[in-house]
Design a protein. Structure first.
Length: 213
């Protein structure tokens, strides 16, 4: 039974741009799905719709995750500027009833220990990105949605984040990650959705994609 079903989703922005056209696919639990495609292909739009941040113009997104939750890290910054790094992550832990020990684990994983007490307003872009990832990773979720989580991270940090996501998928979560880095995707994802000008061009296991390429 799929944990996530995207059914005939079309998104037309007020500007008239049709970012997604009739996109349908389903994802099973335990999948690490990479959403790939060129700039402007519709990756962020798709992930924002799956996260519930924006609504499709038509079509539906259904999650079958019981009492589980969806956690997301959008590409555009959504942190609370007046809170510290630690408080930003703690906020999600509180909302989800997650033990605070998880906050410290995430701070360490993302190498944010040194800036934990600094206000979000005063940290670097790369650090901000990691705070967003931390907010998505701090709690258990049935579905994780991360928009370009490794962009702007150094390779070692990116590898750690992907390793972490792989472990979450192995534990039964569904993980959606957008990427324009096919190499990284080959190494970590189990399945792939390829978007091209808003249309779904392929949905297949990564191993099959590599053979075809
Ligand atoms: P990707 O993440 O693959 O680069 P996006 O989903 O960001 O693609 O963008 C798909 C298309 O929709 C692009 O043409 C982009 O300019 C447009 N677009 C994205 N967000 C908006 C928005 N909020 N308003 C209008 N057009 C948008
Ligand atoms: P990407 O296309 O890789 O998502 P962008 O820098 O183009 O990166 O977009 C960043 C954010 O800005 C997107 O998540 C989207 O919400 C918004 N955006 C993108 N294109 C447009 C657009 N043409 N008009 C308004 N907002 C946009």
């Amino acid at each position: 039974m799929p944990s996530l079903t995207v059914d005939h989703v079309t998104k037309r922005y007020r500007t008239g741009t049709e970012a997604l056209t009739d996109v349908s696919f389903a994802v099973e639990p335990g999948t690490l799905l990479a959403v790939v495609g060129h700039n402007g292909a519709g990756k962020s739009t798709l992930l924002n719709i799956v996260s519930g941040l924006i609504r499709p113009t038509s079509g539906t997104v259904a999650t079958d995750i019981g009492r589980g939750r969806v956690l997301w890290a959008p590409q555009r910054t959504m942190v609370d500027w007046s809170l510290t790094v630690r408080q930003n992550i703690e906020l999600v832990a509180r909302l989800t009833g997650t033990p605070v020990a998880a906050v410290d684990r995430v701070l360490e994983l993302l190498d944010l220990d040194k800036v934990r007490s600094r206000q979000a307003e005063y940290i670097s872009g790369g650090q901000l990105q990691r705070v967003q990832i931390g907010r998505a990773l701090v709690a258990d979720a049935a579905v994780y949605v991360l928009d370009e989580p490794t962009a702007g991270l150094d390779p070692a940090a990116g590898e750690l984040v992907m390793e972490h996501l792989r472990a979450r998928a192995a534990a039964g979560s569904t993980v959606l990650v957008s990427s324009h880095d096919l190499d990284a995707v080959e190494r970590t994802a189990s399945d792939l959705v390829l978007l091209d000008e808003g249309r779904l061009r392929a949905h297949l296991p990564v191993a099959e994609f590599v053979r075809r390429a």
